[in-house]
Design a protein around this ligand. Structure first.
Ligand code: 4AZ
Length: 478
């Protein structure tokens, strides 16, 4: 430790001196700021005798030099403080921008946007994600909702000034083809309009980006927009009421049902049309062969023999769920992309995927269809069979005397607990559908079971609702 000798300034090099009569420039007023220790490094504690506080005229001269020295000490301290501040600012920027503490990051670049920059009609993310998912359909009446950047919530779209051209533009935004567009209707939004509407601004035109022409409004003269982007879930024939315990289906009753076959026209699995290019099926169907050139998709008839007479559709791509577990059958879903789009007709049509906010209730009656076995050890039928089943809640399915915990959240169990009605081998990949508001919705893909139609052994289906984001991610990527 350094010790300061009494009355002797330890720091003798006092540098340039002003004339005695002139005050040092910017001399601080005595008593306002404590003076910095001059003779010792600040971490050395010194105890100066009290009389050292009364300075002599000669010391005054030297003090002037000390004040000069103060600046040469303050400078490095300031630089140090500035450096610390710079580092802190950098950390804060990293936290706010890259960790996006008060906003939402672009998926691809990580760029951070404030919440109000999403769906505001201005592209901010390098890949445009901020303006790409700003419309959705809600409920069984296909109510169109647009995301409001202002209120940061989903709002129904007011039908004032709306027409089919706007409808087509929005359907295209959501990934549908404008040739598949059906119509729009004026629908009551009910409590969904409690915060207001998104409404076309005066002078809006169809050439500019539609989002930038919608603004939040509390008033809407007409009803809100219900939008049909594709003619899905409609049939020309009601289910006539085997699969096991079912009946033969009539022509056109299940126009989304397809047969997935080997090149030798052997029926292997079922599938459901969801758009002209895409079929939903089960991942376990492709464990034997995931080579798209080894598959053919046949549609448009209830008879396998009849469908053999026509060219099937070639498959461009098979996408099995990346988390499919062949041990547990968790995530048992796959998508098939066709080489050529299907031509829709009375007997070839897509089924609807559930809209946002639609919930599947346990106890709901549902239908299963397929060309699977009519009993566990029987042959495959030529005709499509149908059966009505009940959807059970997961808790009941997982009871020890039923499926004993095997039903994960990617699965639904349905059937008849007393036995006698079920899907069976060959029905896999095919649809489990429910009817609501006169529309058929795909809720499951046939996956597995313990035997067929046994008591307390309901069939197990992939939970299509759980996979909706996965389906949209893959089918809307172009
Ligand atoms: C199968 O092997 C299969 N009882 C499908 C469904 C069920 C059983 C087996 C459900 O493709």
């Amino acid at each position: 430790m350094d010790v300061v000798k009494e009355n002797v300034p330890a720091y003798d090099n006092i540098g340039f001196q002003h004339e005695d009569t002139r005050p040092p420039p910017y001399a601080p007023r005595a008593g306002i700021y404590p003076s910095l220790p001059q003779a010792t490094p600040s971490y050395v504690i010194t105890h100066a005798p009290e009389n050292t506080l009364q300075s002599t005229p000669q010391e005054n001269v030297q003090n002037k030099g000390r004040k000069k020295c103060k600046w040469s000490r303050i400078l490095p301290v300031s630089i140090f403080v500035l450096l610390i501040l710079a580092v802190l600012t950098l950390l804060l920027w990293y936290f706010l921008y890259y960790q996006c503490a008060f906003g939402r990051a672009c998926w691809n670049s990580g760029k951070c946007l404030s919440f109000s920059q999403w769906c505001d009609g201005v592209v901010d993310c390098p890949d445009g994600e901020d303006e790409s998912k700003c419309f959705r359909l809600h409920g069984s009446n296909f109510l169109l909702q647009s995301y409001s950047s202002q209120s940061q919530s989903w709002m129904p779209v007011c039908a004032d000034k709306w027409d089919d051209d706007y409808g087509k533009l929005v359907c295209e935004e959501m990934g549908y083809k404008s040739k598949d567009y059906v119509t729009y209707s004026k629908t009551n939004a009910g409590s969904l309009a409690s915060k207001g509407f998104m409404k076309l601004v005066p002078g809006s035109d169809k050439k500019s980006h539609i989002l930038s022409q919608l603004s939040h409004s509390l008033f809407c003269l007409q009803n809100t927009v219900g939008l049909r982007c594709i003619d899905c879930g409609k049939t020309i024939a009601a289910p006539s009421s085997r699969i096991v315990g079912g009946t033969e289906a009539s022509q056109g009753a299940w126009p989304w049902q397809v047969s997935l076959q080997s090149l030798s026209s052997r029926h292997i699995c079922g599938g459901s049309i969801i758009s002209p290019l895409w079929i939903v099926s089960a991942a376990h169907c492709f464990e034997g062969s995931s080579n798209s050139s080894e598959w053919i998709v046949r549609s448009g008839d209830v008879s396998l023999l009849e469908m053999k007479l026509y060219n099937g559709n070639e498959v461009r791509q098979i996408i099995s769920h990346e988390k499919f577990d062949s041990e547990t059958n968790d995530n048992d879903i796959a998508l098939l992309k066709l080489k050529k789009p299907l031509t829709f007709s009375r007997k070839v049509k897509p089924v609807c995927l559930l809209n946002n906010g639609m919930e599947l209730m346990a106890g709901t009656p549902a239908w299963i269809t397929g060309w699977g076995k009519l009993r566990s050890s029987g042959p495959l039928p030529d005709k499509l069979n149908q059966a009505q089943v009940t959807i059970y809640n997961r808790e009941d399915c997982n009871k020890p005397n039923i499926l004993d915990g095997a039903i994960t959240e990617t699965m639904i169990c349905a059937g008849e607990l007393k036995g006698g009605v079920d899907s069976c081998q060959g029905d896999s990949g095919g649809p489990l559908v429910v009817k609501e508001a006169d529309v058929w919705w795909l809720v499951g893909d046939t996956s597995w079971g313990i035997g067929c139609a046994l008591k307390n052994r309901p069939g197990v289906y992939g939970n299509v609702t759980h996979f909706l984001d996965w389906i949209y991610r893959h089918t809307q990527s172009e």
